[in-house]
Design a binder for this molecule. Sequence first.
Ligand SMILES: Cc1cc2nc3c(=O)[nH]c(=O)nc-3n(C[C@H](O)[C@H](O)[C@H](O)COP(=O)(O)OP(=O)(O)OC[C@H]3O[C@@H](n4cnc5c(N)ncnc54)[C@H](O)[C@@H]3O)c2cc1C
Length: 400
Amino acid sequence: METLDYDVIIAGGGLAGLLSAREAASKGLCVAVLEEDLEIGVPERCDGLVSMKALMELGVIPSSRAVQNTVKRVLIYPPNGKPLEADISKQNIIVLHRSIFDKELAKTALSRGAELYLGERVYQAVEKEGYVEVKAKQTFNSKVYIDARGTTALPPEKQNSLLPAARYDIEAEWINQDTVEIYLDNLRYPGFFLWVIPTSRDTAKLGVAGRSINCFSTLDEFLKRRGGYPTKKVSAPIYVGGPVEKFVNGRIMLVGDSAGQTKPSTGGGIYLGGLGGVLSGQAAAAYILDGEEEALQRYSQRWLSLLEDDIRTTLYARRLFEKLDNKSLEKIFNLLRKKEVLNSIFEEGDFDRHSKSIRQLLGVEGIVKLFSIIASNEVKALFKQIEGLLNKKGRTIDGS
Ligand SMILES: Cc1cc2nc3c(=O)[nH]c(=O)nc-3n(C[C@H](O)[C@H](O)[C@H](O)COP(=O)(O)OP(=O)(O)OC[C@H]3O[C@@H](n4cnc5c(N)ncnc54)[C@H](O)[C@@H]3O)c2cc1C
């Protein structure tokens, strides 16, 4: 069978792969995206919560069709009792219709000259002398291969940082169109939370993730308590384990979820994975067109220099959060309520980088004392590590 030659082959037509294709094709490279599904953006797994600032940085302006809603408030519920409330209107956070959004990304990449193969599942990519051989239904040769296949391509040692997750589209009377709701409960949703992201006056995306939970029955139980019904159910894991050890190996680059480019706090990957896509596409162009040997490695260095410190702090904060029982969570909520600090944490915080909010949280008067009373020695040690990281910048990401 004939072999097809390209400068860049990208496996996976999700957000990261399509942004990578846009960048590489814009520079004049011959680019192909191989996507195993028959339609871009379907099935839609992501809830699409993202800041406009992040989209600007990625050079993307979604159409009005792709924007389902703008949110202005967040309610954070403790395991029992009343929620804390914060104004997030200054953060300019929108809810994307991910399947429409991804199609718009594909359209842009195609308009820059990239080619898209649908129903083309990549099952092998092997680096040979001076090129990469990519086996799908057809065989492709490329100067650079970009693996953007999502969480399925994560290395085995990172698989235990994949949390089972599910999301429903729901209809319910209690939904508040401008308010995101977060429910913390380390018994019901261990290691994560349940969320409600409104898409209109009476529709929302209801989701949950957590270690070893049955996500569908957890969401069913929530709906039974609050009321409402699902119109669509999807399950897909969320990754919270930090970046993989190496983004680049020879002529092969990993981007997006397959490189572990998500926030360890929320699993959000639109900004982090999108940035991976943009930088990897630019690196491929510098490597192929300008013959810069170090260009591919520079993609990795640039991504890490922008996000490494933030992710390292957030990884520690995640480990601390996972160790807290519900009683400790309640006490932290009570303190935050008393000090009335949540608004300023959200107002000054950055939706895409969480270490600033973690720093502010740890700076709340009384929180250090609270931790010394409620926490086990293990939690206290983690708390100290985070404090240390915030005081002096770390160099590597290993989360240990
Ligand atoms: C329930 C849920 C809710 C989320 N909500 C948010 C949110 O609100 N905000 C946010 O920022 N992030 C959110 N995320 C995370 C976000 O969706 C991901 O980080 C982001 O979409 C990753 O993009 P990607 O391109 O790396 O991977 P994907 O979007 O997974 O794309 C990978 C693509 O590769 C294709 N593929 C896989 N294997 C092959 C193969 N062998 N050959 C060819 N193609 C292949 C897949 O079909 C897919 O199209 C959420 C995730 C989940 C699971």
